[in-house]
Write a protein that binds this ligand. Sequence first.
Ligand code: ZN
Ligand code: ZN
Length: 604
Amino acid sequence: MFQTFTASADPSVAAPRIARLRALMAAQKIDAFLVPRADEHQGEYVPPSAERLRWLTGFSGSAGMAAIAAKPAALFVDGRYTIQAAQECDARLFEFPGIARAKLAEWLTAHLGKGAVVGFDPWLHTAGEIRRLEAQLAPKGLKLKPVRNLVDRAWGKERPAAPQNPVILHPLKKAGRAAEKKIADVQKRLQADGQSHAVLTLPDSLCWLFNMRGSDIAHNPVVLAFAIVPAAGKPELFIDGVKLSKDVRRELEGVAALSEPGELSARIAEIKAAGKPVRLDPETAAFALARGLGAKVVSAGADPCIGLKAIKNAAEIAGARKAHIRDGAALIRYLAWLETAAASGKLDEISAVRKLEEMRAATKHLREISFDTISGSGPHGAIVHYRVTEATNRLIGKGELFLLDSGAQYDDGTTDITRTIAIGTPSAEMKERATLVLKGHIAIAMARFPKGTRGIDLDPFARRALWQHGLDYDHGTGHGVGSYLSVHEGPQSISRAGMVPLEPGMICSNEPGYYKAGAYGIRIENLVLVTEAATPEGGERPMMGFETLTLVPIDRRLVARELLTKEERVWLNAYHARLREVIGAELIGETDVLKWLHTATQPV
Ligand code: ZN
Ligand code: ZN
C-alpha cells in the first residue's frame, strides 16, 4: 500500500540519457552540468518530477550530486551510499570521487580547462552552496553559469508532472497554536532583527506556519509552496490553486494572500526594489531567490520557523503521546505475530514490511508511513540505510538478527522506532553487542543535563559502553522529529553536529547501534521528549531529562544481564512495566497478544 519494492533501474539506461544531456550542453557551450538530488524547496525528499539524479544516473539514494562533463562524469555520494551507488550506476560511465562538498570543485578543476563553464539550475542549489563553490572555482579560472535545467529538456515528455495533491487543514486541536499566532511569532522575530520580510521555501516550515498538511511528497505530509512573510501584515502564500478546495481556500485566505507559484519571481523583484533587508536562509533557500533579491537586500538568517517548530506545544506533546500508544499497540501485535511467522523460516523481508503496514493501517488512523521501512535480516541489518527490493529480498533465517526500522504518520504525531529481534537463539557475541547498544540507549534515556547542553555533549553517553569494547557506529545518535511532519527535522540533533542546545518540548530519536559488515546489525530506537527534570535530593541546579515516548518491548533474548548495572536493569524493567500497563490497556480481549506482551516484559 505505502511502500514499493521495485528493483533499481538497469544501469544501461543511463548511457543514452547522458548522451542526450551532453548534446544539449554542447549546443549551449557548457562544459559541465551539475545534477543535484534536490528540488526548489531543498527538502530531504523530492517528488517524482524532481528525481532528475535518479533518472539520469540510476542512483536512488536520498542525497548526492552528479557532475556531467563532455567526457567524464562523476557521482558524488556520502559514505552511506558508496555501496549502493556502485550497484545502481554503470561504473564505465561514472567516477565516484566522494562527497560533493569536499570533492566537487577538485574534480571539476582536474577535468576542465581554464575558462570552462559549469552550468547549474539556480533553483536546485542553495545560495550558500553556490557561493562556496564559486569561491573554489574562480581562482582556477572556472565559471559557474545559471541556466534552465538541461536534464528537464533531455527528460522531455517522459518527465512526471509536478504533484498537485489536495491540501488539508491541520486542526487547531492538533496544532495547538493558531496560524495567526505563529505568524505573529515569526513577525516579532523579523521586527527584532530589523528585516522587512522573510522568504520561506521549506515545505515543513510552511505547513507548520499555516497549519496545513498535504501529500506532495511520499512519506512527508507536506505541501510544496513558497511564502513571503512581512514584518507586519498578511503573509503571501504562493501555492498551486488546484491543490485547494473551496473550504481550504477560504480558511487559508483568512491568514494569507494566495498567489500562484509562478508569481513569486515578480514579487521578489518588487521587494528588491523597496531596498529593505529581507531575511533569507542561505542554507535552505534556492540561489535563484538570493540572486533575485540581490546581495544588498538579502539579510542572511535561519528560517525563523525551524527553531519555533522544534519546540512542541502542549497539544502536540499530548498528540505525540497518543500516537505512540497507538503505534506501540500496532507494533506489539506485529511482534507477537512475527514470533510465530518467523519461526517457520519462510518469512521474507518484503512480507515482513507488508504485514507491519497492515497492522498500522488497522489502527484506522494511519495517514502514511514516515519513511521506507528498513527491513534487514542477517547481513542486510548491517547496511544502515538498507532498502529492500524484489532483487535483494531474502528470508529471515533462524539464528539471525532482524533489524526493523519503521515509522508512521498519524494526524497527531510522527513515529520512528527500531527494534532488533533475535530469530531463534542468538550467538553470545550478538547478545553481548546488543547489550552494549542497550547500555548506550539507556544512558541517553536516563541522562540529566543542565540548560545549554547540546546534542554533541550527550552523543558520547550513547557510545561509551561500545567504545570501552573497541566498538562504535557511524551515524548520529538522534535526530529531531516533527509533529505530523518530517521524521527528520532540525535544528537539534544528538550527534557530532548537534550544536543547538536542547530545550523542553523538543522531540529527538535515541538510536545507538552496532553493525558487523556481512553478518548482522543492531539498533535500538525510541523517540524521547526533552522535559524539565525534578532536581534530585541535595541537587543544586535545575536539570532537564528525557521522557521516552515509544512504548514497545526491547528484545530480552538479546540482553546479557551480567553486563547491565543495577540502575540499567531498574530502567529496563520499569520501562517494560510501564508499557505493559499502558499498552496492555489497549489490547484488552486480544489474548494471544497480551500473552506475548506478558512474556516479553518480564523483568531481567
Ligand atoms: Zn528509525
Ligand atoms: Zn530515526
